[in-house]
Ligand binder design. Structure first.
Ligand code: ADP
Ligand code: TRP
Length: 341
């Protein structure tokens, strides 16, 4: 579906580790572009899903650090925080109340079908109740902000479909139109390969960080698995792991050129890795310095906190309005304003 400025575009990002090139090409880059092209009017919302991260991260220092890391990454990469609304999920606690309202009308069967839950359990993550009800919290995130379009990677499509079911069910159970039905929008780069050729992921130990530099960058890029073919040998581009990562940085013309050279023979793996590091430096060099400052200085931390606080102040009234509509619908009229001291 074409995304236009008249719609609200919302996405959540879990703070679960330092963002890598898979996150960049699969999600962050599109978010940054959307923040610049959709225009103002609060049409793009991005939040750092710390309530969700709590289902797997039980270390306060680590969680705080990872939230800062995601915020710093988005700001350093140029998210337009004037146009887009960037906030921390837990700064809008109404979303947890909405989760309960949705949970009360959601069947166990729906949640039991969630692939992501089954995958996590099979990867030995201890299944808490929170992990099981994760899709309801995600649905609450989506509906709280009257979202029209939710850009996601393939693994999250089912969760948005579950949110659609919850919206239909809530509205029909209470005979209201309190919640808006969202649509998912699949990222145009569904799978960035990692150093081993599998999907890049921080859980597979095959990731290349966005902002790595110097020795660390060399180490991560050199970890890209190669075979014993000599530079002189002709190679099909698809069969070359390092090219899979490099090609993401290339323009159409550069791709044609590299692919012709690979097919002709004469390109070694070292050449591809060197070109990749140069492309990373050119694309992320300036952002790296901003990122470093945001991550390591008190002024950087203050700047991020101010951005997140402003984002929450813009997001919260939207979630409150949704919650109040829902409370009214279920028979819990919002009397809180009268209960305030
Ligand atoms: P990870 O697999 O490292 O834990 P997440 O699941 O936290 O990454 O993903 C965050 C975002 O980045 C999601 O939108 C996801 O679709 C996207 N993403 C993660 N890895 C990749 C990849 N290898 N290729 C494309 N997109 C990716
Ligand atoms: N579950 C998503 C992920 O792991 C993060 C997320 C939480 C999200 N709430 C959301 C994404 C709402 C889109 C909309 O990537």
């Amino acid at each position: 579906m074409p995304v236009t400025g008249a719609m609200r575009f919302l996405s959540g990002i879990q703070p679960s580790g330092t963002p890598h090139l898979g996150n960049y090409f699969g999600a962050i880059h599109q978010h940054v572009q959307a923040s610049r092209s959709l225009g103002g009017g609060d049409s793009a919302f991005f939040f750092i899903a710390d309530y969700h991260a709590l289902t797997t991260t039980h270390d306060a220092t680590k969680l705080r650090q990872q939230v800062r890391d995601v915020a710093a990454t988005y700001v350093a990469l140029g998210l337009d925080v004037e146009q887009a609304v960037l906030f921390r999920q837990s700064d809008v606690p109404e979303v947890t109340e909405l989760t309960w309202l949705l949970a009360s009308v959601t069947g166990m069967g729906l949640l039991e079908r969630a692939h992501s839950y089954k995958d996590k359990v099979s990867n030995n993550i201890k299944p808490s109740v929170g992990l099981f009800t994760y899709p309801i919290l995600m649905a609450a995130d989506i509906v709280a902000y009257d979202s029209d379009v939710v850009p996601v990677g393939g693994d999250q499509v089912q969760h948005v479909e579950m949110a659609q079911d919850m919206v239909t069910h809530f509205n029909s159970t209470f005979s209201v139109e309190a919640l808006k039905r969202p649509e998912w929008h699949l990222s145009p780069t569904p799978k960035v390969p990692g150093t081993d050729g599998q999907k890049m992921s921080k859980s597979y130990n095959n990731a290349i960080g966005i902002f790595v530099e110097g020795k660390e960058q060399k180490k991560q890029v050199n970890a890209i698995v190669t075979d014993s073919r000599e530079p002189a040998e002709a190679k099909e581009p698809d069969s070359v792991n390092a090219y899979g990562v490099l090609s993401l940085f290339l323009t159409r013309e550069e791709r044609v050129e590299w692919e012709d050279r690979l097919r002709a023979g004469g390109v070694g793996y070292g050449d591809l890795k060197k070109a990749l590091m140069e492309k990373m430096d050119a694309r992320f060099g300036e952002a790296r310095a901003v990122y470093r400052d945001l991550m390591t200085t008190p002024a950087g931390e203050e700047r991020l906190e101010a951005i997140l606080a402003r984002g929450a102040a813009r997001a919260r009234p939207v979630a409150q309005a949704t919650l109040w509509r829902c409370l009214e619908a279920v028979g819990m009229p919002n009397t809180r304003h009268r209960l305030q001291p």
